[in-house]
Ligand binder design. Structure first.
Ligand SMILES: [Zn+2]
Length: 134
């Protein structure tokens, strides 16, 4: 049995996830499935395009230990990238609306350097100190 601490991206609730069964992790507060991946995130691949002026988009897809698909969308301008959106299964959430922050720079270090992105702005948790905006 494993106990994993999960955070809900939608409402910021933290709770313990008990067990290793394959039921879909769901936030007990708001029933969102936009909760942190269970276990380790495995990066499966990425999609990349860029325009001649250096603007582009990098999409990184990953799966967690329950085979939930998580997709990260990073817009960039030359070497400077910014996380814009996270999609977990069918639900998308804007990065700046996420209540929690994930250490994505470390997680995607390989992908970012592969595409020459040296700077990553991660707006996750931007509203966390400002609950009146919810
Ligand atoms: Zn929630």
């Amino acid at each position: 049995m494993t106990i994993t601490q999960l955070d809900c991206l939608q409402c910021g609730a933290s709770y313990d996830y008990i067990g290793g069964s394959s039921h879909v992790p769901e936030c007990p507060d708001c029933e969102s499935t936009c909760v942190s991946p269970v276990g380790k995130l495995h990066i499966e691949g990425n999609d990349y395009w860029s325009a001649p002026n250096g603007t582009g988009e990098l999409q990184i897809s990953a799966v967690d230990e329950h085979d939930r698909h998580v997709e990260f969308c990073i817009g960039f301008q030359r070497s400077s990238g910014k996380l814009t959106q996270i999609t977990i299964e069918e639900s998308s959430i804007q990065a700046q609306q996420c209540s929690v922050v994930w250490p994505l720079k470390e997680l995607f270090a390989e992908q970012l350097s592969e595409f020459g992105i040296t700077e990553l702005i991660n707006p996750m948790g931007a509203d966390a100190d400002n609950p009146t905006q919810r």
